[in-house]
Design a protein around this ligand. Structure first.
Ligand code: MN
Length: 209
């Protein structure tokens, strides 16, 4: 799967209906096949005319937005961000056979930094609800190697802030409106039931490897 130009639409790591009843099949189809695909296509259109960037990885763009030509910065932030954020978000959701509670080193660190998983969930939910308009809530590792909850607007990523992502929830309306209408609150509660902590633990350990 190419993580460089030409970028490709990465398939979901599970069936469209794998997250039912928490996240419905129609939403997943639309979210992956239409929304994510649009970001992939647009990113290729933007990067195409610049052969000097054809060997850049998605992450290279996002960590170095400020060294890009001015006219590319916003379109790359929006579209490389759109591809990166969705790929990460989808990969952190699970079908039934994976862990929906924290495990291993990440579980320990969550206890240490937030007191308990329950307390973490409360804080994460608060953040996800507080994101005005479109964006994401994240659990990230900061410069001091501690866990921190942040939110980002639009398709901005934590990479630009030198933060390393471990968990993410998409709170754009397209992520939940079909099933939950305006009830972001309920969507967030159910999101925790399909969180793939096996994958989150992998990301966490990769940072320290
Ligand atoms: Mn989305």
């Amino acid at each position: 799967m190419s993580n460089r130009y030409p970028f490709e639409l990465k398939p979901l790591p599970y069936e469209y209906n794998a997250l039912e009843p928490h996240i419905d099949e129609a939403t997943m189809k639309l979210h992956h096949d239409k929304h994510l695909k649009a970001y992939v296509d647009k990113l290729n259109e933007i990067v195409g005319p610049y052969p000097e960037f054809h060997n850049w990885y998605l992450e290279t763009f996002l960590c170095n937005i400020h060294s890009l030509p001015n006219t590319l910065q916003t379109p790359i932030r929006n579209n490389a961000g759109g591809v990166y954020n969705h790929n990460l978000f989808f990969s952190l959701l699970s079908s039934k056979d994976t862990n929906s509670i924290p495990i291993g080193n990440l579980a320990e660190k969550i206890e240490k930094d937030f007191g308990s998983y329950e307390n973490f969930k409360e804080k994460f939910k608060e953040a996800a609800l507080s994101r005005f308009g479109s964006g994401y809530a994240w659990l990230v590792i900061d410069r001091n190697k501690n866990l921190k909850i942040i939110t980002t607007a639009n398709q901005n990523t934590p990479l630009e802030l030198n933060l390393y992502p471990v968990l993410v929830i998409d709170v754009w309306e397209h992520a939940y409106y079909l099933k939950y209408n305006n009830r972001r609150n309920e969507y967030i509660d159910n999101f925790f039931s399909v969180l793939n902590f096996k994958k989150a633990e992998e990301l966490y350990n990769r940072f320290f490897a």
